[in-house]
Design a protein around this ligand. Sequence first.
Ligand SMILES: [Zn+2]
Length: 155
Amino acid sequence: MFSVARLIQINMISHLLMIFMLVIISSNFFNPTNFDFFLLFLGGWLIDIDHVLYHLITEKNLSKKEFRKIHTYLHKFNIPRFYLFHTIEFLLLLLFINRYYLNISYFIVGYVSHLVLDSIGYIMYYKNLKWIRHWTIFYYLAGIKNKYTKEKTVL
Ligand SMILES: [Zn+2]
């Protein structure tokens, strides 16, 4: 079986491979610019920066060691948590911006591919869709505790 560090690596590599596939596919069917590829990368990979933001806000700790410890734990048990950019509301905001203000289609394509890959991981682990509650700001604001986080986030 893989170690947690290896699983995190596999997760990051799978996101990059997905972006690479999207670059190839979009290059064949459309005429993307380098900036479009940059947006694809931002949406498909860098949105995981919200893990760091969440850590900084909730733990108020800049320690790299502490961050690694918590994330190793979360990955080990595949624990879903509220991450601002991994929410349905954030997706709706992106769609709104894309529709009315700025063409960020490539960002959205990368973003959705990221969410799909993350979803596959949770579905394979939990064999249900209960974890999806953590992907809403509403659920987080309502302060409702999910049994997964209740049981496993005590470090
Ligand atoms: Zn993610």
